[in-house]
Design a protein around this ligand. Structure first.
Ligand code: ADP
Ligand code: MG
Length: 682
């Protein structure tokens, strides 16, 4: 990147403190940010017409100011500037509001270019607040007589002002070094970067604009694609323990289950076995809707590792989930002759010591835990497989850590209920192989979902009470507030108290949130599982994977604050038993868009479909965007553009086919390294 791009906006001419603050609101802090603040759309004012031929609508003409007058319209509390402009074929009137200074800049006789909307006003054709620029030799227009860029704006910062800031940067941009390798630009017939930056802001023509967009979109995707290909290559060159498929182990596992695995589960397991049988590490993502039975597949993979005398680790997001998995999986493993240990951030010292000892001994063992598994004191001399639940993939650091712990990279399996759209699979997640469990195991009860208005909350409570009378259990989920833990805990506690005093006076209520001590959380969960709590008031973040078949109702407050995929995940906590289930969604916002979005949950119980709708409604930025990925901010690339993706992909593959490609292009290597770090965090 060029030095000028690093310059803080405050150092640019015309940018004072206030302006800098406004720019910061748009995420613009440097000159580079400014040049990469691409227009949202354009208005084509490029065609200059004689005044005589102008018709109502968007027009541009070139003329001379015949008369100009400014006055204060007391009744309307407005400064009015009126000008009569003529071009020899006719005259036309233009009016501006509150631009007192304007009349001085366009005295009678000034040659001007004017672009704006011509409208009938009091039986007269006139322009209201058109853009106007003085014609000077050599001056390139920015607001008139061209395809005019319209930018994402913020209060007090108009597109006109942004144009005024960006235009002076164009000579600098014109000297920008090419950011793609020259052979890529050449082979894909891309517009050079310097030109693309100019044309994206101030296009000379529609076709130049299209080429500029294509070029910049290409680059956005090219780097992502390249990064994932590099990650894939790096993993493939590691050596991993070879875990052979053992038919007896598979048979014993299947016989120990009290149900039959679905064909999709078997298929996914088979794909995993084949990967683990290779000398390089697996890097696979197992996708499946909430309740689709990913854990069974993961457990079977672990058994295969243990059967080859390796250890396997299952890492889950919370301590409660770790306990719950252990409670479920340990007996199954026992049947097969294997032990399970648990490692958590907080756990009884004796349990931890014993677990660490077993790990060090190196014999076949399943260890279940949280991030604490990656802690310093934990060693895995004999690790064959690591499974990570509810995450899209392992990050660079996690991988490095695992490699350090066991001397080499184990096989990696991540599991998620949030499917990755096909197009992102190719770019951001191109390093992963993917297995999908489609559908749910047979015999599931449907979940009826209803969007409920706040005023009908009591009716929902009545319904819940009736279900509790039947012996069922319920969740009330409190909104995810973008605030500190403390505030979240407070609001969920307040809701708990309100419900306990009011609508659920006679019920046994439980409260669960992140601020509770682990032991407390565990106690509450145990009671809920044991049926000693009727209704659990909880925050959303708390327990993604909890499995309580008798819980059949969920009421979600502030549901508009969640993405569809997240709501679907939450809803997946019910509908797990023999009874029909019900989910109520209460929204805070009354906007029609909200209701529309939530209605999708009434209609569909297919997590993959919902994720797709979510993506369409909110865009990838919201879902896979800035928050998780920092730089992963696709401004121009349409992630659904299959043609673009495929040409980007072949360009990236071709580039990498030269083993010296990275050394020859150090700036590419640097950018890929930076992206590696950001695209690895889920
Ligand atoms: P998730 O994919 O959400 O992690 P789980 O692995 O927790 O799903 O499975 C959800 C429930 O379905 C568990 O109680 C599990 O025992 C059960 N289950 C999994 N596979 C099957 C199957 N093939 N037939 C019947 N029940 C199954
Ligand atoms: Mg799960």
């Amino acid at each position: 990147m060029h030095d000028w791009q690093q310059r803080p906006v405050g150092s640019l001419t015309g940018v004072g403190k206030t302006m800098a603050e406004k720019l910061a609101r748009l995420g613009i802090n440097t000159a580079g940010d400014l040049i990469h603040h691409y227009p949202r759309r354009y208005e084509d004012f490029s065609k200059i017409l004689p005044i005589r031929l102008m018709r109502p609508g968007n027009v541009t003409f070139k003329g001379e100011v015949e008369r100009v007058a400014a006055r204060y319209a007391r009744a309307r509390k407005l400064h009015l500037t009126e000008a009569i402009i003529s071009d020899g074929t006719g005259t036309v009137k233009a009016i501006w509001f509150n631009q007192q200074w304007l009349s001085k800049t366009i005295p009678t006789g000034t040659p001007v270019l004017v672009s704006g909307e011509l409208k009938f006003k009091n039986n007269d054709l006139a322009l209201q607040s058109p853009a106007i620029e003085v014609v000077e030799p050599g001056r390139i227009t920015k607001d008139t007589a061209r395809i005019v860029p319209v930018y994402p704006e913020t209060e007090g910062l108009s597109s006109k002002q942004l144009r005024g800031l960006i235009q002076p940067l164009l000579p600098l941009a014109a000297a920008t070094d090419e950011s793609l390798p020259p052979e890529v630009v050449e082979e894909a017939k891309l517009m050079p970067l310097a030109k693309a930056l100019r044309e994206i802001h101030f296009p000379g023509s529609q076709s130049a604009l299209n080429k500029a967009r294509h070029r910049l979109a290409f680059e956005e995707l090219w780097y992502l694609m390249l990064t994932s290909l590099v990650i894939k290559h790096e993993i493939m060159t590691e050596s991993a323990p070879t875990i052979a498929f053992k038919v007896e182990a598979a048979r014993a596992f299947v016989n120990a289950l009290d149900f039959e695995m679905t064909p999709h589960q078997k298929q996914a397991a088979w794909e995993i076995f084949q990967d683990m049988n290779k000398p390089s590490p697996m890097n696979r993502l197992l996708e499946g809707d909430v309740g689709s039975g990913k854990t069974v597949v993961a457990t079977m993979s672990a058994v295969m590792a243990l059967a080859s005398d390796y250890q396997a680790a299952l890492m889950v997001p919370t301590e409660i989930l770790a306990r719950q998995h252990a409670a479920k999986v340990a007996p199954l493993m026992k049947k097969l002759g294997y032990d399970t240990v648990v490692i958590l951030g907080k756990q009884p010292a004796a349990e931890r010591t014993a677990a660490l000892k077993r790990l060090e001994e190196g014999g076949p063992l399943l260890v279940i835990g949280t991030q604490a598994l990656l802690g310093e004191k934990v060693t895995f001399p004999n690790l064959g497989l690591v499974i990570i639940d509810e995450q899209h993939r392992f990050g660079v650091e996690q991988r490095a850590n695992l490699k350090a712990k066991s001397g080499r990279l184990p096989h990696l399996l991540s599991m998620t209920a949030t499917p990755i759209p096909r197009t992102l699979q190719l770019t951001v997640y191109g390093d992963l192989d993917i297995s999908v469990i489609e559908g749910l195991p047979p015999g599931r009860q449907p979940i009826t979902t209803r969007v409920v208005e706040g005023k009908d909350r009591d009716k929902a409570y009545e319904f819940i009470n009736a279900q509790l009378d039947e012996g069922r259990q319920a969740f009330v989920v409190c909104p995810l507030i973008e605030a500190s833990d403390v505030i979240v805990a407070k609001s969920v506690t307040a809701e708990f108290e309100r419900l306990q005093k009011g609508p659920f006076k006679k019920r046994r209520l439980g409260l669960l949130h992140g601020r509770l001590a682990t032991a407390e959380k565990q106690a509450v969960m145990d009671e809920f599982v044991a049926g000693k709590i009727d209704l659990l008031v909880a925050t959303s973040v708390i327990e993604v994977g909890i499995d309580v078949p008798n819980a059949t109702i969920m009421l979600i407050e502030g549901s508009d604050r969640f993405g569809l995929a997240a709501l679907h995940q939450l809803r997946g906590r019910i509908g797990r038993g023999a009874f029909p289930s019900h989910c109520f969604l209460i929204a805070e916002s009354k906007s029609p868009g909200t209701a529309e979005r939530l209605k999708a949950l009434e209609r569909s119980q297919d997590g993959f479909r919902l994720a797709q709708i979510d993506l369409e409604l909110r865009g990838p930025g919201q879902i896979y965007g800035r928050r998780q990925h920092g730089d992963l901010d696709l401004q121009l690339a349409d992630i659904g553009d299959a043609k673009l993706l495929s040409s980007v992909r072949s360009a990236a593959l071709k580039f990498l086919s030269d083993p010296a490609a990275m050394t020859k292009n150090p700036h590419v290597a640097a950018k890929v390294n930076a992206l590696k770090a950001v695209t690895s965090l889920d």
